[in-house]
Design a binder for this molecule. Structure first.
Ligand code: AMP
Ligand code: MG
Length: 418
C-alpha cells in the first residue's frame, strides 16, 4: 500500500450504468405499522382502498331548502330546519320543504335542494325562483370517494393530503416501509471535529455534518460514526461496526489514488465492489459496494465511498445515494425531476467527462433558466449555497453559449428571482 498507483484497477462506469447497478440492489426495507400522525414523509407499503362511500348518505351541498323537484314552482310550507350533524327522521311531503344547512343529510322524500340565494321565505312559506331537476345541489353517495376505489397506491409518499384522506377513511394506523438508518463515517488524518481543537493545516469535518443532514432530508435516520484515522485496521473496524448498526454506510474521503486512500481495498475485502470509478465530475472516485449477502442479510447493506472534497461528496450523494435511499424507503418515484433549462450565461464543458454544475433554476419568461452559482471548484461549498439544481453539462471542446438548452436535476424549490 505504500507505492502510488498510476492506474486505477476499477473500470470507469457511466453515470447511467452506476445508477442502474445501484438500482438493482436497492430494495424497499420491510414494512411496519405506524400512526398516520407520524407518517409525514414516509411511503405507503400497501394499496389503500376505500372501505365505504364518502359521503355515506346524500347531503346538502349548500345552504338552502330541501324539497321535491316535482313540486315545480309551487310555494312550499317550511316544516323544519336541518343542520349538519343532526339526525331527524323527517320526510318531505308534497308541498313542503325544509331549511337545510351545508353538509346536513337530505331528508326522506326530498330529491333536490335549492340554494338560499334563489329563494324567498315569508311567514313560513317558501317561494323559489326556478325549477330544479332531481339531484340538483345534492352531494350524492360516493360522489367524493366510491367504496372499493383505490385511493392511494403502494409507493406513494405521505404528505398532508394523504394523511387527511386516510383519516377520512378512518385509517389512522398504516403500513409504511421502515426508514433506512444511514451511518456516516469521515476519514482522514487531516480531518478534525468542527467544534474540536484544530489540526494545523487540517480541515474541519464538514462532510459528515452535511451528509447526515442530506440523509435526514432524504427521509432517513442519521447515525454519526465520527472520524477514522488513515489506518487500514481502524477504518475496517469502523466500517464493519457501521454496517452492523445501519442499513446504509456513507464514507467520506479515502477513495482516491493516494497511498492513504484505503476505502476501496477495505470494501473489496469485506464485500462486493460494484464500481469504483464513475465518468463524471465532480466525484469520479465514488465507489459502491454491498456487504452481507453471504450471511443472508436481507437486503444486503449498501456502502457508498464518497469523495473527500465537500462539493464532490454532496453532488455524488444527490446523484447516486439519494435515489438509493428513496428506493429503500419504498418511494415509487425515487428520482428528482429533470428539467430542460436555458443557460443564463455561457458555460464551458469539461473536455472528457460529463459534469454536474451547480445552478439556480428560476422560471422566467416562459422558460426554466439556469444561472451558475460561480466558481465550480470541488472544495468550494459556496457553489452549492442557494443552488436548487445540478446542470448536466455534456463533455466537449466547445463552449455552450447563453440560451443553450441543457438538462438539469431539480433538487430544491424553484426560485422567482436570482
Ligand atoms: P481524500 O480523498 O481523502 O484525499 O480527500 C480529499 C480532500 O477532501 C482532502 O484533502 C480534504 O481537503 C477534503 N476532505 C476530506 N474529508 C473531508 C471532510 N470530512 N470534510 C471536509 N473536507 C474533507
Ligand atoms: Mg483522505
Amino acid at each position: 500500500m505504500d507505492t502510488m498507483r498510476r492506474e486505477s484497477p476499477y473500470p470507469m462506469v457511466s453515470i447511467d450504468e452506476a445508477q442502474r447497478l445501484i438500482a438493482t440492489v436497492a430494495r424497499a426495507l420491510e414494512p411496519e405499522t405506524i400512526s398516520s400522525l407520524d407518517a409525514d414523509g414516509r411511503v405507503l407499503a400497501s394499496d389503500v382502498y376505500a372501505p365505504f362511500d364518502i359521503p355515506d348518505v346524500p347531503k346538502a351541498a349548500m345552504d338552502g331548502y330541501a324539497l321535491r323537484s316535482e313540486d315545480g314552482m309551487a310555494p312550499r310550507r317550511v316544516v323544519a330546519e336541518l343542520t349538519a350533524g343532526a339526525q331527524e327522521g323527517l320526510t318531505i311531503a308534497v308541498g313542503t320543504a325544509a331549511r337545510i344547512m351545508t353538509g346536513a343529510p337530505m331528508p326522506g322524500g326530498a330529491d333536490a335542494m335549492i340554494p338560499v340565494e334563489l329563494t324567498e321565505e315569508h311567514d313560513g312559506v317558501l317561494t323559489v325562483q326556478r325549477t330544479l331537476s332531481p339531484g340538483q345541489y345534492v352531494h350524492t353517495v360516493g360522489q367524493d370517494i366510491r367504496r372499493g376505489e383505490r385511493v392511494l397506491a403502494r409507493g406513494a409518499r405521505i404528505a398532508s393530503a394523504e394523511v387527511g384522506l386516510l383519516a377520512t377513511l378512518g385509517l389512522t394506523r398504516i403500513a409504511v416501509y421502515r426508514r433506512p438508518r444511514v451511518a456516516v463515517l469521515a476519514t482522514g488524518d487531516e480531518v478534525f471535529e468542527p467544534d474540536g481543537s484544530p489540526i494545523p493545516g487540517g480541515v474541519r469535518d464538514s462532510n459528515r455534518y452535511a451528509l447526515l443532514s442530506a440523509a435526514r432530508e432524504a427521509g432517513c435516520e442519521g447515525l454519526s460514526l465520527g472520524i477514522a484515522r488513515d489506518d487500514y485496521a481502524i477504518q475496517r473496524a469502523a466500517i464493519l461496526a457501521g454496517v452492523e448498526r445501519a442499513d446504509v454506510l456513507l464514507t467520506s474521503g479515502g477513495v482516491s489514488m493516494g497511498t492513504r486512500d484505503l476505502i476501496k481495498p477495505i470494501l473489496a475485502e469485506i464485500g462486493t465492489v460494484h464500481f469504483g470509478r464513475i465518468a463524471f465530475k465532480p466525484g469520479k472516485p465514488t465507489t459502491f459496494a454491498t456487504v452481507g449477502e453471504m450471511n443472508g442479510a436481507q437486503p444486503p447493506k449498501l456502502i457508498f465511498g464518497l469523495p473527500g472534497y465537500p462539493v464532490s461528496s454532496l453532488v455524488s450523494f444527490e446523484v447516486f445515494v439519494r435515489p438509493a435511499l428513496r428506493r429503500l424507503l419504498g418511494d415509487a418515484q425515487p428520482d428528482r425531476p429533470l428539467l430542460r433549462v436555458a443557460l443564463a450565461s455561457a458555460i464551458r464543458p469539461s473536455p472528457d467527462r460529463p459534469e454536474y454544475q451547480r445552478v439556480t433554476i428560476s422560471w422566467r419568461d416562459g422558460l426554466f433558466v439556469a444561472t451558475s452559482t460561480g466558481g465550480q471548484g470541488s472544495s468550494r461549498l459556496l457553489s452549492l449555497r442557494g443552488a436548487n439544481g445540478l446542470l448536466l453539462v455534456p463533455p466537449g471542446a466547445n463552449i455552450y453559449p447563453a440560451g443553450s438548452e441543457l438538462e438539469a436535476l431539480l433538487f430544491g424549490s424553484l426560485v422567482t428571482e436570482v
